[in-house]
Design a protein around this ligand. Structure first.
Ligand SMILES: O=C(O)CCC(=O)C(=O)O
Length: 323
């Protein structure tokens, strides 16, 4: 028998997780809220620091090669990733997935959890400390600028795998070894393949992602997107684009993997709203872009043209040239 959950509608708070809007660098307010805007505070020191990762003495050739490969990334600053390789196999729970479906549109699979607490802690610590992070600012209309309310970073290249790099606005970056290993495992259990890994870092409850769907044409029809949560729990909301009563929410906790399939992106919006208090959290989404528009889009909105941030001494800091 299939363990199928038919969701009952629930009430959503409309505490939306809006991006801050700036007009010609002067802040206007939030996108969907009538609240008067408050200045964005500097990041506080965060308390969630996972146990340090002990690098194995014997790094794999693939990881070593990648350290060299990742050394430069024109358009997004230069950075290096120092691979701490550990046995990921032991990090997975092998728990079966719970389907969450509402025919004909909602089609989710929830692995609760996919990863052990120890595995989560190692991967969280590695990603937070080793990846280059960005705080992307972009323009939606002339004079209207948005600052993404979380840190982001992305790796991968679309299906064309073109070597004619001049076709891209930014040079695609190879997927770091550990994320590639994670991707492989997620592919094997979700039955889909991916060529992009997008990471979000929500430093506290003020960080969020507003209502959206990942339904861009460059993902092809009915894309499968898998989303792994590490660190602090956050509420995940999903609502039907046409039927206002069809709303659901659940808590995504350390190690949970949510797979969104079928018509989910076409028919539903999802969000992680702001909260008064929330522990730091990393979210990793695995996606597949079929053409170069996908690559340009993902680097534009997850790397951008601003500086690199590094997580140092418990907080995000602007990286200096030696970092
Ligand atoms: O953080 C999450 O769980 C959701 C992330 C998301 O929706 C996205 O990156 O498009």
């Amino acid at each position: 028998m299939t363990d199928t959950t038919l969701l009952a509608p629930i009430e959503l708070s409309d505490d939306d997780s809006d991006e801050l809007i700036f007009v010609s660098s002067v802040k206007l307010g939030k996108r969907k809220s009538s609240d008067s805007p408050k200045p964005r505070k500097a990041l506080k020191q965060t308390s969630l620091q996972a146990a340090p990762v002990t690098p194995t003495a014997d790094r794999s050739d693939a990881a070593k090669a990648q350290l060299i490969q990742l050394g430069q990334s024109p358009g997004s600053g230069s950075f290096a990733i120092h691979p701490h390789i550990f046995d990921l196999e032991a990090a997975f729970t092998r728990k079966a997935a719970k389907p969450i479906i509402k025919p004909p549109d909602l089609d989710l699979l929830l692995f609760k959890p996919l990863m052990t607490p120890e595995g989560c802690s190692k991967v969280y610590s590695y990603l937070l400390n080793e990846l280059p992070w960005y705080k992307v600012k972009y323009t939606v209309r002339k004079g209207i600028d948005i600052v993404t309310p979380r840190y982001t970073t992305v790796f991968g290249q679309d299906d064309t795998k073109t070597q004619a790099l001049s076709r891209y606005k930014k040079r695609p970056r190879p997927i770091p070894y550990l994320l590639e290993e994670l991707k492989r495992h997620v592919e094997s259990i979700s039955g889909a393949t991916y060529n992009f890994v997008l990471c979000n870092f929500y430093s506290d409850g003020k960080d969020s992602i507003s209502w959206h769907s990942d339904d861009e044409a460059f993902l092809g029809p009915q894309p499968t997107i898998s989303s792994l949560s590490l660190g602090g729990a956050r509420d995940f909301y999903i609502k039907h684009k046409a039927d206002g009563t069809d709303k659901h929410h659940f808590s995504l906790q350390d190690g949970d993997l949510l797979v969104m399939r079928g018509k989910t992106q076409e028919r539903y919006l999802h969000s992680i709203p702001k909260r008064a208090v929330a522990r730091p959290r990393i979210n990793i989404t695995f996606r597949r872009a079929i053409n170069t528009y996908g690559t340009d889009n993902y680097y534009k909105y997850n790397v951008g043209d601003g500086p690199i941030y590094r997580f140092r001494d418990g907080k995000m800091c602007l990286a200096d040239s030696t970092d």
